[in-house]
Design a protein around this ligand. Structure first.
Ligand code: NAP
Length: 509
């Protein structure tokens, strides 16, 4: 089992003791006492208080500034302190590879049996090649480490794959972590690749290294205790990705149906490179968002026909034969939400769709705009596209046999009663919540107004439409429904737990 270690980085002994208690309450397995963070640290006075009163097994680290820590003194004092920690019964001591030989000679065989020596190496710039990492493991092992620790830095998410390769082949207990947001998967997937421990902070302000998740995220969102070698890896490939609620939504649902998979935020720079690197069958399904929805078409070997017409993919499934198949669940999500808004049942049969024969005005010609325009056309609607960049409106309108408008024309566009408006621009999205694609006085021309934006839940557009007495459909509906479509594809057909999805979406969006 991979242990969850909570780093303690408080500035005073009292605050560190309080954090140790909080770490135990949060479900951590051990704490890392970072002596170099304590101001005015006095070993003989402070160490007994920190170690004897600690509610969890403790790892003591006294990191010097030349290895990324805060300690500025000499090694002799540091070694004395670490030996004292061992005498006081600490479970683990960390020493840097650069001085490990010296430290082991200093101990001259006096290390208590119970205490494990972690020999560590940190690279704050990059992640070396597999060969260099393997060589580093061998050198750390040779010096006499009980546990090998290597922490590198991801400049691209694909760097983490090299750490995974080395971890699975390592014959001794190993902690292999890749720092930065792009390295997050090394921390969450540590149990899948046999990591000895992974770090989880008490909160975002109490990290000891870049990219550490919180203990709560590790335990409650990623369900790390359930991750093992056979766990499938799913995730959202996007850039940026931190703001997404999809990991919470999918992980809660995967847990509820007992499907052995974890869903991660995957901060990628290049979609093709990501998919080529993480090509094992275990990396079995991905959501795909900005800016990769169009690139995904090229990356997939096969496509759902409507996804191909839309020219955007938001779901990629790796089949057992390794082929990547692309789908678009955005269009199903948006269209079924609008259909239900109109009062129909969201039938898959175009002839019976409540959209058939209606005039749908799609504002926006990006990924969501295309999905809605194609979906509406599939359902037998007539489509008008308005977009800030008029040429894109023209191109999308001609692809779906519709008309193009400039944004300014929306104010007076009223060819008939009972139209449907779908906003697929980012206007109104957090933090620019005052944005709206159409003046309020034009909203009463519509029967139903849909907004793809779901943060905030009630956008200015929806609020003003309601004030005009128009029926509104929230982007949260689209979000839930596109996620349900993805969930069913990720799990090979397990029905998405809709009520749980709604509960989670209501709580977190
Ligand atoms: P996209 O491909 O980047 O397209 C963005 C669209 O917004 C383009 O039409 C763009 O016009 C327009 N736009 C951006 N800033 C604008 C501004 N200041 N004034 C006027 N128009 C502007 O993005 P997308 O994937 O289609 O997403 C669009 C929105 O839908 C986002 O808010 C996204 O969060 C939301 N969405 C929601 C869901 C859901 O599940 N609810 C799913 C997907 C997307 P130009 O062509 O002129 O640049």
């Amino acid at each position: 089992m991979t242990l969850v270690c909570v780093p303690l980085v408080a500035r005073t002994v009292e605050a560190m003791q309080a954090d140790a208690k909080a770490a135990a309450a949060a479900g951590g397995d051990l704490v890392e006492i970072r002596l170099d963070f304590i101001e005015g640290f006095r070993p003989r006075e402070h160490l007994p208080r920190l170690i004897r009163g600690c509610p969890l097994p403790a790892l003591v680290t006294y990191r010097p500034n030349w290895e990324g820590g805060q300690y500025e003194g000499d090694d002799a004092t540091r070694f004395e302190t670490l030996r004292l920690a061992m005498e006081l019964g600490v479970d683990y001591v960390d020493i840097e590879l650069k001085v490990a030989d010296k430290f082991i000679s200093f101990l001259s065989g006096s290390k208590p049996e119970k205490c494990k020596l972690i020999v560590s190496s940190h690279n704050y710039e990059s992640t070396p090649s597999c060969e260099e990492l393997a060589d580093l493991v061998a050198r750390i092992q040779a010096v006499g480490a009980d546990i090998v620790k290597i922490a590198t830095t991801a400049t691209d998410i694909v760097d983490v794959s090299r750490m995974f390769q080395v971890m699975v082949h390592c014959q001794v207990p190993m902690i292999g972590l890749v720092m930065s947001e792009k390295g997050l998967i090394s921390r969450v997937l540590s149990p899948k690749f046999g990591g000895y421990l992974t770090f989880g902070t008490l909160d975002a302000t109490k990290a000891s290294a870049s990219g550490q998740p919180t203990v709560e995220e590790l335990l409650d969102i990623y369900n790390i205790r359930r991750i093992g070698p056979d766990t499938k890896v799913l995730g959202l490939i996007a850039n940026p990705v931190k703001q997404s609620k999809s990991p919470i939504l999918h992980n809660k649902c995967l847990q509820s149906v007992g499907y052995n998979a974890v869903y991660l935020p995957l901060l990628a720079d290049d979609l093709a490179r990501f998919l080529d690197t993480y090509s094992s069958p275990d990396f079995s399904g991905f959501s795909c968002s900005l800016p990769f929805k169009v690139d995904a078409v090229q990356c997939c070997h096969e496509h759902d026909p409507i996804a191909k017409s839309i020219g955007a993919i938001n779901t990629i499934i790796r089949r057992p034969d390794g082929k990547l198949v692309g789908y678009n669940t955005d269009y199903i999500g948006a269209i079924s939400a609008i259909e239900d808004g109109i009062g129909g049942l969201g039938s898959k049969d175009a002839a019976s769709s409540p959209l058939a024969g209606r005039l749908v005005v799609v504002v926006g010609a990006g990924g969501a705009g295309k999905a809605i325009a194609y979906g509406a056309k599939e359902k037998g609607a007539r489509v008008v596209v308005a977009n800030r960049t008029y040429e894109k409106a023209v191109s999308l309108a001609s692809a779906v046999g519709g008309h193009a408008l400039r944004l300014a024309e929306l104010e007076t566009f009223r060819p008939e009663e009972g139209m449907i408006l779908a906003n697929a621009t980012s206007l109104g999205m957090y933090p620019n919540v005052d944005g709206t694609p159409i003046p309020k006085n034009a909203l009463s021309f519509y029967d139903v107004v849909f907004d793809a934006v779901y943060a905030p839940k009630v956008t200015r557009l929806l609020r003003e439409a309601e004030e005009c007495g128009v029926k509104v459909v929230s982007g949260v509906e689209m979000f839930i429904r596109q996620a349900m479509g993805q969930f069913e594809r990720f799990t090979g057909g397990i029905e998405a737990p809709e009520s749980l999805m709604r509960e989670v979406a209501a709580k977190y969006t």
